[in-house]
Design a protein around this ligand. Structure first.
Ligand SMILES: [Zn+2]
Length: 569
C-alpha cells in the first residue's frame, strides 16, 4: 500500500479556476478551496492570506496540512458514474458490437464458473482505477455475484474501501430465468437447449432474495466510510411481482435508492409489451401499480420509453440514467434525450459495463449525450455542454440519494473533485470551460483526484494501491478467465441460431414495420420525439399490449433448419 493524503486533515487548493454550474461556465472564476476533514469548508478568493492572518473562522485555529497549487488548472466536481457493473471489468475488448441479447449470453456472470476472490478483488480495483483516472469520484456498482458468496461481497466492498472511490453499491438480483425474457425463445428453441439460455439473470438457487438483500444491507450499512447502499432488481421483466414489491417496501422503510434496467433493446421492449397486458403493455404502469415510482427509483437506459410513460416518470420524480456508449455498442438504440429533457426528468449519465462500452469515461458519455440528441431534433438547442455536466454531476448525485452531498464544489459538501491541467491541448486556447470539457477533453488532463478530502490520484497516478503489482496479478488471473471465455464462446456458437435471432428477424423485416410503429419501436412523429404527449398517445399506450406479434412460420422453420444443421455439425 502506498502513501496518500488522508481525509482527516486540512487541505487548501490554491488559485484554480473553480467550475460552478450556477456561475460562469465558460470562464470559471479563480478561487481557493479549503477542505477540512473531508468536507469543503470555504470557497473564495484569498483564503490563503486569510488563513495566515487568522481571519478565517472556518479553520478554527488548525494548521493547513497540505497546499495544492492549482494555478492554470480547472477544478471540477467529481463525476458520478451513475450506471456501472464491476462484474465484467476484465472482459473489456473481448466483444465486437453485438446485439444486447447475444452480449448478455457472452459476458455476464451466470454464463461462467464461480470466480475466485482474488479475481473479484482485482476486477473491482481495475474498474475503480479507470473511473478515478477519468475524474469519476462516485460509481454506482450494480454488481452480479453469481453464485452468491458473502466472501465475494465483502471482497468487493473492501476493494472500494482500499482504493478510496465513493461507491453506491447494489447487489443485482432477479428471480425469473433469462430464457423467458427474449421474445420467442420459448417457442423456437428446442427444449433440450433452453437450460443454456440463462443470459444475465439466472436466479440464485435456494436463496430468499428479499431476505438476503435486507440482511446484507442492514448488516453492512455504515461499515465502509464511502460505501452507501442501493437495491438492484435487474429489470422489471426479470423479477417477480413478489420480489419487486418486497424491494419496494425495503426501499421505503430504509430510504434506499433502487436501480434497475428498462427498455434497453427492442426485444426487451417487445417482451414487456407482450407480458404486461394488465398494465397496457407498459413497464412504467407496472412499476407504478407495484408502488415503485418515486424519486428513489432510477431507470437505466429507457431507450424505448413512450411519451405517456415519460410524463409519469416526471410527475413521480423518477430518475433516468442514460448510457449512450453501451446502447450504441449493443445496438439497443438511442434514448429520446430531448423528450426526457422537455419533460424535466432528472437525468444522470453512466458508462455501463466494461465489456459493452468498453470504457469508464464520462467525457465520452457527455459528448454522446449532447450529440445524439440531434437524431431527434435538428434545430439548435439543448442539451448544452452545461446540461451534460449537470447530468454527469448533480443529476447523478440525485440518483444516488446524495443530492446536496456530492456533485458541486460548495461549502458543506463532500470534497469530491478533480483538478485538470489547462495546458493540455484540449483547453488551449481556453474559449469555454464547459464546452471544452464536453467536446474536446477525453480524460487526458485529469491530474489530481480527491475523494472525501483524500488525494487518491496525484500526477495521474493512483496513490492508494500498487498498480504495477495489480497488473501482474491480473495477467496471472486472465489465464483461467480466458479459458472460461473460450468455453462460453464455443457454447454460444452452438446456440447462435437462437440468440435473439427470431426476435431480431421479426424486428428487421419490412412487413413488420407498421407493427413496430404501433408498438412504438420506431420513432417517426416529430411530437413524439419532443416528448409531447396527449390524450391520443395515452390511449395508444393503453392499446400496446393488444398488439401481440407471433413468430411466423418462416422464422420457426429457419431456426429449426439451423438447429438441424448444428446437430449434424
Ligand atoms: Zn446495466
Amino acid at each position: 500500500m502506498t502513501q496518500s493524503s488522508v481525509s482527516n486533515g486540512v487541505l487548501l487548493i490554491k488559485g484554480g479556476r473553480v467550475f460552478e454550474l450556477a456561475g460562469d461556465v465558460d470562464a470559471p472564476s479563480i478561487a481557493d478551496i479549503l477542505i477540512i476533514d473531508g468536507e469543503i469548508a470555504a470557497v473564495g478568493t484569498g483564503l490563503d492570506g486569510k488563513i495566515r492572518a487568522s481571519a478565517l473562522p472556518e479553520i478554527g485555529g488548525r494548521k493547513v496540512d497540505e497546499v495544492i497549487d492549482a494555478s492554470d488548472k480547472l477544478v471540477i466536481p467529481g463525476f458520478v458514474n451513475a450506471h456501472y457493473h464491476s462484474h465484467d471489468v476484465l472482459l473489456k475488448g473481448c466483444f465486437e458490437t453485438i446485439p444486447l441479447e447475444l452480449w448478455l449470453m457472452s459476458a455476464l456472470p451466470p454464463n461462467y464458473p464461480k470466480r475466485s476472490a482474488a479475481e473479484i478483488r482485482a476486477r473491482t480495483l481495475v474498474g475503480a482505477i479507470e473511473c478515478l483516472r477519468g475524474g469519476i469520484t462516485t460509481v454506482q456498482d450494480l454488481a452480479t455475484l453469481y453464485p452468491f458468496d458473502e466472501e465475494h461481497l465483502d471482497t468487493v466492498l473492501q476493494a472500494y474501501e482500499d482504493i478510496g472511490i465513493r461507491c453506491v453499491f447494489a447487489l443485482q438480483i432477479a428471480d425469473i430465468p433469462g430464457v423467458k425474457l427474449v421474445p420467442f425463445w420459448n417457442e423456437v428453441v428446442p427444449e433440450r437447449e433452453r437450460a443454456l439460455l440463462t443470459g444475465a439473470t439466472e436466479p440464485l438457487k435456494g436463496i430468499d432474495l428479499p431476505t438476503l438483500t435486507r440482511d446484507i444491507v442492514r448488516s453492512r450499512q455504515g461499515r465502509h466510510q464511502r460505501v452507501t447502499w442501493a437495491l438492484g432488481p435487474s429489470s422489471p421483466g426479470s423479477c417477480s411481482e413478489d420480489l419487486l414489491t418486497k424491494l419496494s417496501d425495503l426501499s421505503r422503510s430504509d430510504d434506499l435508492p433502487i436501480y434497475t434496467h428498462i427498455y434497453e433493446s427492442k426485444a426487451m421492449t417487445l417482451s414487456a409489451r407482450h407480458h404486461h397486458a394488465r398494465d397496457g403493455g407498459s413497464l412504467v404502469n407496472y412499476l407504478k401499480r407495484l408502488g415503485l415510482l418515486s424519486p428513489r427509483l432510477t431507470l437505466a437506459h429507457s431507450i424505448w420509453m413512450a411519451p405517456a410513460e415519460m410524463e409519469a416518470l416526471a410527475s413521480e420524480g423518477v430518475n433516468v440514467v442514460l448510457n449512450p456508449v453501451s446502447n450504441l455498442k449493443t445496438r439497443g438504440g438511442v434514448a429520446p434525450i430531448p423528450a426526457f429533457m422537455s419533460n424535466r426528468v432528472n437525468l444522470g449519465l453512466g458508462c455501463d459495463n466494461c465489456s459493452c462500452s468498453d470504457a469508464q469515461n464520462m467525457f465520452q458519455a457527455m459528448k454522446m449525450f449532447t450529440s445524439l440528441a440531434g437524431l431527434y431534433d435538428q434545430r439548435p438547442g439543448p442539451p448544452t455542454a452545461a446540461d451534460a455536466i449537470h447530468a454527469a454531476t448533480v443529476g447523478g448525485a440525485r440518483t444516488a440519494g446524495l443530492e446536496g452531498r456530492i456533485g458541486a464544489i460548495r461549502p458543506g459538501m463532500a470534497a469530491d473533485l478533480s483538478i485538470l491541467d489547462l495546458s493540455d491541448p484540449a483547453f488551449v486556447p481556453l474559449n469555454s470551460a464547459a464546452r471544452q470539457l464536453v467536446f474536446s477533453e477525453c480524460g487526458r488532463s485529469v491530474e489530481t483526484v480527491i475523494v472525501d478530502g483524500r488525494v487518491v490520484v496525484r500526477d495521474r497516478k493512483i496513490m492508494t494501491i500498487d498498480e504495477r503489482s495489480l497488473r501482474e496479478e491480473v495477467a496471472e488471473l486472465m489465464k483461467a478467465l480466458r479459458e472460461d471465455l473460450r468455453a462460453v464462446m464455443a457454447r454460444n456458437q452452438r446456440l447462435l441460431p437462437y440468440h435473439g435471432c427470431p426476435s431480431a428477424d421479426l424486428l428487421r423485416q419490412r412487413r413488420y414495420q407498421p407493427l413496430h410503429r404501433r408498438l412504438r419501436l420506431i420513432r417517426t412523429s416529430t411530437t413524439e420525439h419532443r416528448g409531447v404527449s396527449n390524450r391520443r398517445s395515452r390511449r395508444k399506450l393503453g392499446r400496446l399490449s393488444r398488439l401481440r406479434p407471433r413468430p411466423t412460420g418462416d422464422i420457426v422453420a429457419r431456426a429449426a433448419r439451423a438447429s438441424t444443421c448444428q446437430d449434424r455439425c
